[in-house]
Design a binder for this molecule. Structure first.
Ligand code: GCU
Ligand code: CA
Length: 138
């Protein structure tokens, strides 16, 4: 099943501001992180069972600098300084996909900026795990 978690919806947190001024985002907005190393966009995601899940991160990066972030799951870095390449415009959204280890039940996924300009604008994450589709899945 695939479930979407919006960056602007609690329990997700955004170290910066939730904004909606760049079209094409899902939900009511996106996380525009503070432009500092260590700025975070954090999600709480559910997995049906322990194992490996696919995490898709939707983002936009309209600058020309390189944005990078550590992808931290349940406190452990799955990737360090993972590149979020420029998308050409703040209204052009791309999806970056990574395999992550998950526990059954609740998991914390944290994107931590490792570049001085902070994170790309983060729209949502989607997690796909191995369980069959359920009524109510997105
Ligand atoms: C612009 C843009 C923001 C973005 C910021 C940045 O201000 O409007 O959405 O977050 O650049 O470079 O991080
Ligand atoms: Ca920003």
């Amino acid at each position: 099943a695939t479930v979407r978690y919006e960056a602007e919806s609690a329990p997700a947190t955004c170290q910066g501001a939730v904004e909606s001024n760049h079209a094409g985002h899902s939900g009511s907005g996106f996380c525009n992180s503070d432009n500092v190393v260590g700025a975070t966009s954090q999600f709480t995601v559910n997995a049906a069972s322990a194992g490996t899940a696919t995490l898709a991160i939707r983002y936009a990066h309209g600058g020309t600098d390189t944005r990078s972030a550590d992808i931290v799951v349940n406190g452990a870095a799955v990737q360090t300084a993972s590149a979020f390449t420029a998308t050409g415009a703040w209204t052009t959204w791309s999806t970056k996909t990574v395999q992550i280890p998950v526990n059954a039940g609740s998991n914390t996924v944290r994107l931590v900026a490792s570049s001085a300009a902070g994170l790309a604008n983060i729209d949502y994450v989607e997690i796909t795990d191995g369980d069959p589709p359920q009524q109510g899945d997105g």
